[in-house]
Ligand binder design. Structure first.
Ligand SMILES: Nc1ncnc2c1ncn2[C@@H]1O[C@H](COP(=O)(O)OP(=O)(O)OP(=O)(O)O)[C@@H](O)[C@H]1O
Ligand SMILES: [Mg+2]
Length: 139
């Protein structure tokens, strides 16, 4: 599945994304700096009714958001600053990945061996200033 997503359509694309992926839980977002991973993850959180979506969890590694009207939470992880899988393990990343909660992971390349096998891989590419390609690997 693939979308060409203009910045002002990001909410609609996020809704389409969830409609196509409702039975999946762990999502790995691949893409260079500025590809739009954080922006799209925020749109995905908005689309699930998360209140108070805050900035990139670059310093905390993990942000946990409550989902409005649902018991679950969403984990947003930014692993850019993680050196290796051992450091990620020590930071409790697997506890999140195997918690049963929705996990949205930036820089998943840092932890290939820790991602659950059923992880959905999403690829984001720059097209122009306000447009990105968002591609979900077949699953
Ligand atoms: N269609 C789009 N989708 C997502 N972001 C877009 C889009 N069009 C423009 N942008 C802009 O591109 C920038 C993307 O930055 P963002 O922080 O989301 O990237 P990132 O992939 O998370 O980068 P990093 O790897 O540094 O965390 C933002 O300024 C955002 O407003
Ligand atoms: Mg980011």
């Amino acid at each position: 599945m693939e979308w060409i997503c203009h910045l002002n359509e990001i909410g609609q694309v996020a809704a389409d994304f969830w409609a196509s992926q409702h039975n999946h839980r762990v999502f790995a977002f691949h893409g260079e700096m500025g590809a739009g991973k954080t922006s799209f993850i925020h749109a995905l959180c908005d689309a699930r009714g998360v209140k108070d979506v805050v900035g990139s969890p670059s310093f905390s590694l993990v942000n946990e958001y409550a989902i409005a009207g649902e018991p679950g939470t969403i984990y947003h992880m930014d692993l850019y600053r993680i050196r290796d899988e051992e450091e990620a393990s020590r930071a409790g990343i697997e506890d999140c990945l195997y918690s049963g909660s929705i996990c949205l992971v930036e820089w998943p390349e840092r932890i290939p061996g820790l991602l659950p096998p059923e992880t959905v891989h999403v690829y984001m590419d720059w097209i122009d200033n306000d447009s990105r390609r968002i591609k979900i690997a077949d699953n």
